[in-house]
Every structure is written in structure tokens, then in C-alpha cells.
Design a protein around this ligand. Structure first.
Ligand SMILES: [Zn+2]
Length: 200
């Protein structure tokens, strides 16, 4: 990315990593944060309480990469912990995983932290299974200085996928299903524009 070469850049901005499921977003997120960690930067990573599938103290990618994280229930807790930790030792970088699962105030909190000279690296799905914009990511697409929208491979045709299809018992989920469900009897597939079936 060219911005890293601009020596006039003041520190403090937002980087958004987004796209559909199976696009490698979490790998990119962890990789970026670990690069800073290896360079002795003080990195603080948050993830929402809802996502405890793998671990409470780590963010894991499907491929097994991991980074230590703090589980939070809302954006207020993020700011509180950031302030506490920042007072002890200046925080250089914050990471926020699964930002679409946090309350809507998180975008203002992230912006405020970036204003204070911190690089905020944020990961989140751009669209839900109905292909509607996911909250927080919709605003962060506008607010972030740098956006990387990653694509997956369509599970049906092998083309470039930009959408997430929720499958229940082998069929696309209906439109009246809840947006956020984390359970074992359903699965997700990445789909391209042509293979994606709009839930009815
Ligand atoms: Zn396809």
C-alpha cells in the first residue's frame, strides 16, 4: 500500500478489511496486526462477545492463525479498556474483529481512537446472507482511509464470489431467518452474483 511510503502522514487512521465469508479476511486481519507486533508496537485486539466459537482470548482464522484478543460486550467497553491500557503504555494499534456484531456506536469510538493517533485495523462482513449491508461496515466503508474488499471463490461455479449464502438442510435460508445465528445445523457458502439465490 502506497500510504506506508508517505513520510508526511500523521499517525492515526482506519483500515477496513471486508468482503464475504471465506475471503481470507481474518487471515489478512491477523497478518497485519502481527506485523506490527513483531515490530514491538503495542497492539490491542478486541472481538465481540457473540463470537466465542473458537476461543475467548484469541481471534482464530480458519487456517489456524491466531492473535490474542479481549472479548467485549459493547463499544463502551472497548473505549474503557483502550483508555486504561493506553494510560499504562501507549497503544499504537487497535484491532477490532467481527465489527458487524457490535453496537452502532462502535464506528464513532473507532473514529475517536484514530483521532488520538492510533491505527485502527477493523475486520467485518460487508453484507448479510440476504445481501443487505451489514451495520457498522456500511459506515466504515465511508469513514475508513483504507478499504480492502476481499473476494472468495464461488462454492458453486469457481468464479469470484462476493456474497454469503446461508444454507439450512441443503437449501438457501429464508429471508425471515435471523441475521445473526451461530449454530451447528447450518452452513455458509461463498457465492458469486450468478449463483447466489436471494432469500425469499
Ligand atoms: Zn458462481
Amino acid at each position: 500500500m502506497n500510504y506506508r511510503m508517505n513520510l508526511n502522514s500523521k499517525r492515526g487512521w482506519i483500515e477496513l478489511i471486508t468482503g464475504c465469508m471465506f475471503a481470507g479476511k481474518t487471515e489478512e486481519f491477523i497478518k497485519r496486526l502481527n506485523r506490527y507486533k513483531h515490530a514491538q508496537q503495542n497492539v490491542l485486539v478486541f472481538k465481540p462477545l457473540i463470537d466465542t466459537r473458537y476461543s475467548k482470548e484469541n481471534v482464530f482464522s480458519h487456517s489456524g492463525m491466531r492473535i490474542e484478543s479481549v472479548t467485549v460486550k459493547d463499544s463502551e467497553e472497548i473505549y474503557k479498556i483502550f483508555k486504561e491500557q493506553n494510560a499504562k503504555q501507549k497503544i499504537d494499534i487497535i484491532g477490532i474483529d467481527e465489527v458487524q456484531f457490535l453496537d452502532a456506536n462502535v464506528v464513532d469510538i473507532i473514529s475517536k481512537i484514530a483521532d488520538e493517533g492510533v491505527i485502527a485495523i477493523v475486520n467485518g462482513l460487508d453484507k448479510d446472507f440476504k445481501n443487505n449491508p451489514f451495520k457498522n461496515v456500511d459506515r466504515l466503508l465511508i469513514e475508513a482511509e483504507y478499504v480492502d474488499k476481499l473476494s472468495a471463490i464461488c462454492h458453486s461455479c469457481g468464479g469470484n464470489a462476493s456474497r454469503t449464502q446461508r444454507i439450512i438442510d441443503g437449501n438457501p435460508a429464508k429471508a425471515n431467518e435471523p441475521i445473526i445465528v451461530i449454530s451447528a445445523n447450518e452452513k455458509y457458502e461463498a457465492r458469486c452474483r450468478h449463483c447466489y439465490i436471494k432469500p425469499e
